[in-house]
Design a protein around this ligand. Structure first.
Ligand code: IYR
Length: 227
């Protein structure tokens, strides 16, 4: 069945009968995934080595399976490869970041960022072979008619999480970059007025000399509360 806007569609249930996975297989799969995902790191230094585009397209396809408010799938993934467009994005992002790092962020925010070693320079925006610019669709635009989308941030956040997972499992590195403000992305990429930039995700292989901060994840007993 082809996609159509979901508003005004009737409820049409169909059977869902996935094969039951044995407890042993579940345990094995979950433990392996846990170990693999614990190796994911946010990378800020990318190699310009080429990456098969289909890997990135498949990862975006994974993201687009995310659950969403009222199944409205309120996302657009702009896959940017054009070096000129990437250069324009970098220039505009660095202009904003300069203002941020030179005062807009404030002392508390700057000290929160210190362990990450970030600054106003964003070479990843031109070094990584792909930028995925994620836009959230605040509403559906049908001619002049607006249809509000629900739980847009939650939906797009889940989709981005799935995107980062898929990219990592496919052997690629990524960075969740949120230049602020992000308005310039709509202008540079010519996006319609129902869309708002959510994140810029450079994707590629890490640079051969990539370094990451020595960060420690919380223990599980700090993040799980059993009731
Ligand atoms: N957007 C800025 C600052 C920044 C903010 C947070 I919160 C981070 O986790 C990392 C960076 C930048 O990209 O440098």
């Amino acid at each position: 069945m082809a996609w159509a806007p979901i508003h005004d569609q009737p409820y049409h249930p169909v059977p869902y009968r996935p094969v039951r996975v044995s407890a042993d297989d579940s345990l094995r799969t979950a433990a392996a995934l846990r170990e693999k995902m614990d190796q994911r790191r946010t990378v800020r230094a990318f190699s310009s080595d080429p990456v098969p585009e289909q890997v990135v397209v498949d990862a975006i396809a994974v993201a687009a399976t995310a659950p969403s408010g009222a199944h409205q799938q309120p996302w657009t993934f702009v896959l940017v490869t054009d070096p000129e467009v990437r250069a324009r994005i970098r220039e505009a992002a660095e202009d904003e970041e300069r203002v941020s790092y030179e005062g807009r962020l404030g002392d508390q925010w700057l000290s929160a960022l210190r362990p990450l070693g970030t600054d106003m320079h964003k070479p990843h925006l031109t070094d990584a072979p792909y930028l995925i610019v994620v836009f959230e669709q605040r509403f559906y635009l049908d001619g002049e008619e607006h249809h509000k989308h629900y739980y847009v941030d939650e939906s797009v956040g889940i989709a981005v999480g799935m995107l980062l997972t898929a990219l990592h499992l496919a052997g690629l590195a990524a960075l969740t970059h949120t230049p602020s403000p992000m308005r310039f992305l709509s202008d540079v990429l010519g996006r319609p007025r129902n869309e708002k930039a959510f994140a810029v995700i450079p994707v590629g292989y890490p640079a051969a000399d990539a370094m990451v901060p020595d960060l420690v994840r919380k223990d599980l007993d700090q993040v799980i509360v059993r009731v």
